[in-house]
Design a protein around this ligand. Sequence first.
Ligand code: JFZ
Length: 482
Amino acid sequence: MRPIKQLFSGLLGLLAILPMSAASASEDDSHMEWWRDARYGMFIHWGLYSIAGGEWKGKDYGKEQGGASAEWVMNSAKIPGKEYRETLAPKFNPTDFDAKKWVSLAKEAGMKYMVITSKHHDGFCLFDTDATDYNVMDATPFKRDIIKELSDECAAQGIKFGVYYSQFKDWYHRSRARDKGTLTTEEYLKLVEKNLDELLSNYGEMSVLWFDTGGNDLIEANAQGARVRELQPNAVICSRLYSRKVPAGKQKYADFNSLPDRMLPAERMTEDTETCMTMRHNWGYDRTDDAWKSEKDIVEFLALCAARGVNLLLNVGPDPLGNILPEETERLKAAGKWMAVNGDSIYGTTPSPVDFDFWWGAMTQKEQSVFLHVLEWKKEGIEFNGIVGKPAKVYFLADSGKKPLPVSYDPAGHVTKIEVPEKAPDARNTVIVVEYDGPVVSDPEAKGKFHWYTTRSKRHTQIRKSKGAGKHALPEAVKQAR
Ligand code: JFZ
């Protein structure tokens, strides 16, 4: 794992990187620059499980029922591999699939990279492979290489392309306690090797390898990581190449730390870190899951991720015909409109200059400017502490005229107060730019705490009700519902 060197200069920075620098100082991490600047990508869970939509033989196994996510239906409904394949593969014919539309939508949403499930835990390959006939070309009537069409379109539209690949869990090919796979472990590892060679050789630039749910076998994982470095030295590798039990220092080929699903830690990250988030409960398409997050939830989460130095991989679960859903499209377009005006406060930023956030929201930073992401408005004014010195200029990022906002500064406690209009110009997230006429200096003694998502299920420590936010930002709600 490689720490973000430019993040903290001086002692704190030193502390943050000491334990790991021994291994990685020599390695340059220039291949991480685009990923760090991007901050925000599209995750796509799509495959045979999309046909089932979380249901099997009339029973709903979706996460909204308290079960595992819809893409786990083969496991949740204990479906033998043969039955799962023979039932779903002949029906996989997504004639509405249009790579140009998907990539254009990701771009319109302000996303800089895309990661799609090339092989999920059910073992079905969405690409042309010689390693198994359980793939879209040989086992379905569709016979189009989905990974090829998407990787080509991403290259054409300047979006970085990557694949999710379930290297350890494969309920079809790999034998498990209760279910005999089609291959022995040795044969299965050969399949993975072949698959990786194909994915790393036949689809142009592969920018992200999003391995998922690693096993404990370091040799196996390191062999797979080394293969990626060899064939695609600039590919960014997800820490889930390794199981969470493998200490970070031993995760030789992991480039970024992938947080547990839907998690945003209440702290600033000192290493390259990414979280992945659903727009509703399930990752894969689910017929009955209506727990849609609001566009404010999504814009908020994006800003809070950036404020803590975390990339956000936001998921869509297209339907079995190959359509990204209207509810997903609506939210992506809304986030895109916000990013079109406020992207400067997310792309290429570093985390908050202070290691806490505020009742009203949180901060990101870029050179001599601090961006206040005001998620909850306070007509009495927006106040923050912990940054030394009176700002040179304060204005709304959305205001191309940069009309100054009245600002006062009290050196006692380094408290800055900004006068603001009665109503928030953008209730989703109003960004205020606080420019300094020198490097941003944070007060090491500054006191503060985190207010937002201090736990996975708590949007704000104090605010209970908020217009258009938080209703479904809490995946855990399921449990109570049952
Ligand atoms: C995994 C997959 O099992 C799931 O289907 C989906 O693809 C998701 C993105 O990733 O699920 C996980 C993996 C790890 C954790 C939680 C869910 N974790 O570490 O908490």
